[in-house]
Design a protein around this ligand. Structure first.
Ligand code: CAA
Length: 381
């Protein structure tokens, strides 16, 4: 039985920062960001968006038109959680009017959370073939103003419906995983911003990639139509891509490079969205490469600091082109409003200064859909 991604959608906030402006404000050569890190812009979340509203805005379209009673599992993957105890998935369930008989929980392992959710959802559908799962990967990446990680921030969410006979891609059960306790990137409970051992985290990402990729190609064919990566910033994914190219048939390198460039296009404009980054890359490739076809095998490297590396493949199925709303995704990126550095810094402060007190949040988005209104009696509205 084929199980995998039946529907997928992406949502990002309505604001962005141009990294040339950030470079100027931080007295850095813009080429460090544009060429050195291969990033162009980053989406910025206003105070009226959080990981739940981002996920709900992404998920709204994927649940439209399906029988809500079929959704038996909801998994909310994030590393920008709004609560230490209660799951973001329960808010989603209410906002999207999903069935109360669904199993509903949050999952965490840094940027690997989205893949952990995907694999768990596939296992669920394999044992409950008449059911579907909703998974969301949703994050606001924050390192802090004037930090080395600042340029690698971002905000957004990807939502997917996982089912049997999927419209977009079947998930092959060929994962090669490596996990080990390391301190490359983390966010202790008392911190609003992540802590990164930046250069060590780069080394570990590449080391984990080599380990799982070599193991994978020792056991499986390397007949990839494309290779996709977790994209904390595009240069690191490109370094992993080049390592992969040394180990596969040289005649496919040119095609893989063309597709790699298409796969990072949206990530270069949105920035790091942690759990959702690799799935944004998948969307970026599918909506921009008309030459992809049914049966193509895509290799994916998912990485979550702390750390877990997982290399696996997916196979594109019958209706993958028609099942992604390209127009809405492209327009969403175009419609974003460019922020000045002062506005961005103000947004950043407002996001991080929301405390558990009675507040109502000034409306920044034009959304008709979901926004965070504030806190009343310790309850987020
Ligand atoms: N023109 C062109 N290139 C330039 C340049 C210029 N003027 N100045 C510098 N560069 C290049 C450098 O040579 C370097 O490229 P290479 O790595 O290919 O040599 C690149 O720009 C970056 O320069 P630095 O290493 O000096 O940059 P930095 O010390 O300021 O830190 C960073 C970069 C470590 C990525 C930092 O932004 C950071 O800590 N980010 C957050 C952590 C992170 O993203 N880690 C990734 C792995 S962890 C993970 O994957 C999980 C996750 O999502 C967080």
């Amino acid at each position: 039985m084929n199980v995998g991604i039946d529907r997928i959608n992406f949502y990002t906030p309505e604001f962005y920062l141009d990294l040339k402006d950030l470079a100027e404000a931080r007295s850095v050569d813009p080429n460090k960001y544009l060429l050195g890190l291969m990033q162009k812009q980053m989406s910025v979340a206003p105070a009226d968006q959080d990981s739940v509203t981002l996920a709900a805005n992404a998920a709204k379209r994927v649940v439209d038109g399906i029988d809500k009673d079929d959704v038996g599992l909801i998994i909310f993957a994030t590393e920008s959680s709004i609560d230490q105890s209660k799951s973001g998935s329960l808010y989603l369930q209410e906002l999207l009017k999903l069935s109360n008989s669904a199993r509903s929980f949050e999952i965490k392992e840094a940027c690997y959370g989205g893949t952990a959710a995907l694999m768990s959802a596939c296992d669920y559908v394999r044992t409950h073939p008449n059911k579907k799962a909703l998974i969301t990967a949703s994050d606001i990446a924050r390192y802090g103003l004037n930090t080395p990680g600042e340029v690698t921030q971002g905000a957004g969410a990807v939502a997917m419906i996982i089912s049997k006979d999927p419209n977009i891609a079947a998930i092959s059960q060929d994962n090669e995983v490596y996990s080990e306790q390391i301190m490359d990137f983390w966010r202790p409970n008392y911190q609003k911003n992540a802590i990164a051992n930046g250069h060590y985290s780069q080394e570990k990402y590449l080391e984990f990639f080599k380990t799982v990729f070599e193991e994978y190609i020792n056991k499986n064919k390397s007949d990839f139509a494309a290779l996709l990566f977790h994209v904390p910033y595009s240069k690191l994914a490109y370094k992993a891509f080049k390592i992969a190219c040394e180990k596969i048939d040289p005649s496919t390198r040119e095609m893989l490079k063309k597709r790699f460039d298409l796969s990072i296009d949206l990530n270069q404009k949105v920035g790091n969205i942690y759990t959702a980054s690799i799935y944004l890359s998948l969307i970026s490739l599918i909506i921009q490469d008309p030459s992809l076809k049914k049966g193509d095998k895509l290799g994916l490297f998912s990485y979550g600091s702390g750390a877990v590396g997982d290399f696996f493949s997916i196979e594109l199925t019958d209706r993958f082109k028609k099942s992604i709303d390209k127009k809405t995704i492209v327009e969403q990126i175009k419609r974003r409003k460019k922020l000045s550095i002062q506005e961005y810094e103000q947004f950043f402060k407002e996001q991080t200064e929301i405390e558990a007190k009675e507040i109502s949040i000034e409306q920044k988005t034009n959304l008709k859909d979901f926004r965070f209104l504030g806190i009343k009696k310790d309850q987020r509205q």
